[in-house]
Design a protein around this ligand. Structure first.
Ligand code: PEP
Ligand code: MN
Length: 369
C-alpha cells in the first residue's frame, strides 16, 4: 500500500503515519517528492484497510500498489530519481539520473597503480566523471585473475584523490561488502550476483549508492525485484544497469537488450545505464552500441577502457583504447545534445566548436565505427 500525503501535510503528519505503520509491525518508506510525500509500506503479509490511514491528518489517499515490486515502482514515486554522489568536501558533485549523462569508464580490473593512473588520466580527460575498476573480480574460472583485493581498493582511493573521479567498484559477497563500501562511491553488484539475496540485503543496509547489473538471464520483473531487495532495506540509491543477456546469438558475447531501457523508464523511477562492453564483448561493437544506448534514453554508460588492452588481465578484447574512448565520448555527446542531455564533455565541445567555427577547418563528426 501507498499512502499519498496532501501537499500541505506537515512533517509531523508524515511522522505520525510512519509511526502508525511501524506500530503495526511493518516498515514505512517515506519518499519526498516535488509536490508531496508518499509513504510506501512493506512487510505487510496481505492487503491493508485504506480507511485506517485515510482518516489521519494530512493523508490524501491510501492506494494499493498493483505491482509485485513496490518501492522501485513509478506507482510509488512518479518523478525520476536522481542519485547524488557525495564524493567529499571540495569534490565535484556527480549525480546519476539527471540531465547530464553519467559516464563511468576504466579498466575491468585493477592490475597496478600505474595501470589505474594511466587509465584514470585518459578517461577523465575524455569527459568521464566516474572511474570503474574491479578489485574483487567474479570470474567464470577459478584460475583466472581474481583481482588485487584491498590493495586494489587502496589504489582506487588514490585515484579518487588524484583525479577527482568518483569510484565504482564491485562487491562480490556480503563478507567483503563493508570493506568495499569504505572505499567506493558506488558499490557495483554484478550480473552473477543479481539474485544473491544476502548480498542485496546487505547492500540495502549500507548508505552507499548501488549499481545493480541485470543478471544474464533475468526478466525485467526479476531485475526490478532484485532492486526492490535493496530499497526494502532502506537504501533508495540504486542505479540499474543493462549489460546484455544470453541468447542464441553468437556474434557477440551477450545480446544487449536496449529495449529494456524504455521498459524500465515506464515502470520505475530508478535511473538505468548501459554497459556496452560486457553487452557485446567485442571492442568494435562498443561505440556503436554506446551511441544507441544514449539515443534510446539511458541515463549513462559504463565502459571498459584500458591503457594497454592486449596486456589486460581481464576483458582486454572488449576494452577500448583510450583514443577510442575519446571518440566514443565525442559521439555520445553529440547524440546527447539532440535529445536534450549533456555529458561533462559538452561544455568542452561548445568551447571547442566556437573555436573551430572561427578557424579554417571544421572537425568531421561523422560516425565511422
Ligand atoms: C564487470 O563489470 O567487470 C563485470 C564483471 O560485469 P558483469 O557483472 O556485468 O559481468
Ligand atoms: Mn569486465
Amino acid at each position: 500500500m501507498l499512502i499519498v500525503m496532501k501537499p500541505q501535510a506537515t512533517e509531523g503528519d508524515v511522522r505520525a503515519v510512519c509511526a502508525k505503520i511501524e506500530s503495526m509491525g511493518f516498515r514505512a518508506h517515506p519518499m519526498p517528492g516535488a509536490q508531496r510525500t508518499a509513504i510506501g509500506i512493506t512487510g505487510n503479509p496481505g492487503p491493508l484497510e485504506p480507511a485506517e490511514f485515510e482518516t489521519m491528518a494530512g493523508v490524501a489517499e491510501a492506494i494499493p500498489v498493483s505491482k509485485p515490486y513496490k518501492l522501485v515502482s513509478r506507482e510509488v514515486k512518479s518523478e525520476d530519481s536522481i542519485i547524488a554522489l557525495k564524493t567529499g568536501p571540495g569534490k565535484a558533485d556527480v549525480s546519476i539520473g539527471g540531465r547530464e549523462l553519467a559516464i563511468i569508464a576504466g579498466p575491468c580490473a585493477i592490475e597496478s597503480r600505474e595501470q589505474a593512473f594511466a587509465a584514470a588520466a585518459r578517461v577523465r580527460q575524455a569527459g568521464a566523471r566516474l572511474f570503474r575498476c574491479g578489485a574483487f573480480k567474479p570470474r567464470t574460472s577459478p584460475y583466472s585473475f581474481q583481482g588485487l583485493g584491498e590493495e586494489g581498493l587502496k589504489i582506487l582511493a588514490e585515484v579518487r584523490r588524484e583525479f577527482g573521479l568518483a569510484i565504482v567498484t564491485e562487491t562480490v559477497d556480503p563478507e567483503n561488502c563493508d570493506l568495499v563500501a569504505e572505499y567506493a562511491d558506488v558499490l557495483q553488484i554484478g550480473a552473477r550476483n543479481m539474485q544473491n539475496f544476502s548480498l542485496l540485503k546487505h547492500a540495502g543496509r549500507l548508505k552507499k549508492p548501488v549499481l545493480l547489473k541485470r543478471g544474464m538471464s533475468a526478466t525485467l520483473e526479476e531485475f526490478l525485484m532484485a532492486a526492490e531487495y535493496i530499497l526494502s532495506e532502506g537504501n533508495y540509491d540504486v542505479i540499474l544497469c543493462e549489460r546484455g543477456v544470453r541468447t542464441f546469438a553468437d556474434h557477440t558475447r551477450n545480446t544487449l537488450d536496449l529495449s529494456v531501457i524504455p521498459a524500465v523508464k515506464r515502470l520505475s523511477h530508478l535511473p538505468i545505464i548501459v554497459d556496452p562492453s560486457h553487452g557485446t564483448g567485442k571492442r568494435d561493437k562498443v561505440t556503436p552500441l554506446a551511441r544507441a544506448a544514449v539515443a534510446v534514453g539511458a541515463d549513462g554508460l559504463i565502459v571498459e577502457v584500458h591503457p594497454n588492452p592486449e596486456r589486460a588481465l581481464s576483458d582486454g578484447y572488449q576494452s577500448l583504447y583510450p583514443e577510442q574512448f575519446e571518440e566514443l565520448m565525442e559521439q555520445v555527446t553529440a547524440i546527447a545534445g539532440v535529445i536534450g542531455r549533456t555529458t561533462a564533455r559538452s561544455a568542452l565541445a561548445t568551447a571547442g566548436s566556437q573555436l573551430q567555427e572561427s578557424g579554417p577547418h571544421c572537425k568531421d563528426r561523422r560516425f565511422s565505427s
